[in-house]
Structures are given as structure tokens and as C-alpha cells.
Design a protein around this ligand. Structure first.
Ligand code: NAD
Length: 240
């Protein structure tokens, strides 16, 4: 796969899938910067503190990236929160507070809007850009583990990404969604794992590296004709 060294922002790359994505893209020759609310000590990837839910924090962080590294050409919107479902049951809609709803939507959906808005002017000036938004299989199907706020935020990204792709295709910018299945990270919920894995055709949970590999393709030079797509990376668990 062909990669020209670009300036790449990965949100939420202090941990989990985002960290693997950032390391993979750095390995492909890109200069990768992590924007995370909780920067990690001793990380190899340069980090800037940023709350993607806060438009002012996002504007400041993208300004800092441009001043210190140059115009952003790759944006991976990975940062997201998924409220815990410790007993394998997501919070019921009638029990959900306004604060629960707003917090999930503000990070998972508003955050992507804030970062795309901040990145697009530099991408348009460059005439080249790659945006990858991390949705979830929870945005496509009914899940016992994800609440309605999480599902709504991740399904919202499908529509958002299609409009984005339509608006920026003429400027050499692609925009796609990756919809991961259940991925094993340090924070993974262990609930009903055996039963779940038995339903995955590939016979295992996903790994952060599976998502990083798909991202690496979507931001490559060769992927310029792939836009507005939803790439399911889930071992075949969900087949529409
Ligand atoms: N792990 C899975 O099974 C799975 C499945 C489907 C989709 N996803 C999606 O993949 C993405 C990464 O998931 P993960 O499991 O690695 O999560 P994680 O919780 O391990 O890591 C998320 C990262 O985002 C950061 N973050 C959280 N809120 C933020 C904010 N407001 N501003 C900036 N950074 C913030 C966290 O500090 C953390 O570093 C999420 O969007 C998630 O919804 C994960």
C-alpha cells in the first residue's frame, strides 16, 4: 500500500484501538498526533490535550497541530465513549437521564462534527484529505450491551459521513466509516463472551490491529475512489 508521509490526527489515541491505529499510521510514515482528553505518560506518539466534545478545545488543538506540525491531511475520529453495561443489560431508555444522553452524543457525534469542521479548511487547501469515522456494529443492529444513546450516536455517523463525502469529494478528500465489531482491549467487557464468540464466523473477537489495518488502507493513496462507505470489520458477525 502506498503512503506519502502526511500529517495525521487520531483522536483518542492515548489508549485502546486509537493507540494501535496511531502506531500503525506512524509505521506507514505519517506524522501522527493524538488528541485525547487523557494524554498518556511516556507515549511515543505526540499528544495534545483535547476534549472533542468541546468546540473551543478542538479549535485550539487543531490550531496547535497546524502551527507545530503543518496542515492536517488525515483525520481519524476514533475517540468515543460507551457506557458500561456491567450485567449485560444496557440502561433502559426510560431510566436514561438527560446528562447520560447528552454526554454520549456530545463525544461520539458532536465530537466528530467538531473535528471534521476544524480539519476541512486545511484539507481543502491541500486538495487532498482522508477522514475515517469510527462507528460501531452497535449503530447497525440491536445490541444488548449498547444503550440507545450509543446506538443513535454511531448510526448518526453513517448519515453524517455520507453528506461529508458528498461535500468534499471534488476537493480530493474521502470520508468513510469503519464499523468495528467487538474488539478486545484492556477495558473489554467480559460479559457472555463465549456465547458471543461462538456467533462470529471467524471464531474470535477483533483485535485493535484489525481496525488499524482497515484504517491504514482507507488513508492510503490507493483508496482515493472509496468514499461514503461503511466498512464492517467484525469477523462476519453482522452480515447485512
Ligand atoms: N472496543 C470495541 O469493542 C469497539 C467496538 C465498536 C466500536 N468501537 C469504537 O472504537 C473507538 C475506540 O474504542 P476503544 O474500545 O479503543 O475505547 P477506549 O475507551 O479504550 O479508548 C477511547 C479513547 O478515547 C479517549 N476519549 C474519551 N473521551 C474523549 C473526549 N471527550 N475527547 C478526547 N478523547 C476522548 C479516551 O481517553 C481513550 O484514550 C470508539 O469510538 C468506540 O465506540 C469500539
Amino acid at each position: 500500500m502506498n503512503h506519502t508521509g502526511r500529517i495525521a490526527v487520531v483522536t483518542g489515541a492515548a489508549d485502546g484501538i486509537g493507540r494501535s491505529v496511531a502506531e500503525n499510521l506512524a509505521g506507514a510514515g505519517h506524522t501522527v498526533i493524538s488528541l485525547d482528553i487523557r494524554p498518556r505518560d511516556g507515549a511515543d506518539i505526540p499528544q495534545i490535550a483535547c476534549d472533542v466534545a468541546d468546540p473551543a478545545s478542538v479549535a485550539d488543538a487543531f490550531g496547535q497541530v497546524e502551527r507545530e506540525y503543518g496542515p492536517v491531511q488525515i483525520l481519524v475520529n476514533n475517540a468515543g465513549i460507551s457506557p458500561a453495561a456491567p450485567n449485560g443489560r444496557a440502561v433502559l431508555i426510560e431510566e436514561m437521564t438527560d446528562a447520560d444522553w447528552r454526554r454520549v452524543l456530545s463525544v461520539n457525534l458532536d465530537g466528530v462534527f467538531h473535528c471534521c469542521r476544524a480539519a476541512l479548511p486545511a484539507m481543502k487547501r491541500s486538495g487532498w484529505g482522508r477522514i475515517v469515522n469510527f462507528s460501531s456494529q452497535g449503530g447497525r443492529m440491536r445490541s444488548m450491551l449498547s444503550g440507545a444513546h450509543y446506538a443513535a450516536s454511531k448510526a448518526g455517523l453513517f448519515g453524517f459521513t455520507r453528506v461529508l463525502a458528498g461535500q468534499c469529494g471534488q476537493s480530493g478528500i474521502t470520508a468513510n466509516c469503519i464499523a468495528p465489531g467487538r474488539i478486545e482491549t484492556e477495558q473489554s467487557d467480559q460479559f457472555a463472551l463465549d456465547d458471543y464468540v461462538s456467533q462470529i464466523p471467524v471464531g474470535r473477537l477483533g483485535r485493535p490491529g484489525d481496525i488499524a489495518a482497515a484504517t491504514r488502507y482507507l488513508v492510503s493513496e490507493e483508496a482515493g475512489f472509496v468514499t461514503g462507505a461503511i466498512i464492517d470489520v467484525n469477523g462476519g458477525f453482522f452480515m447485512p
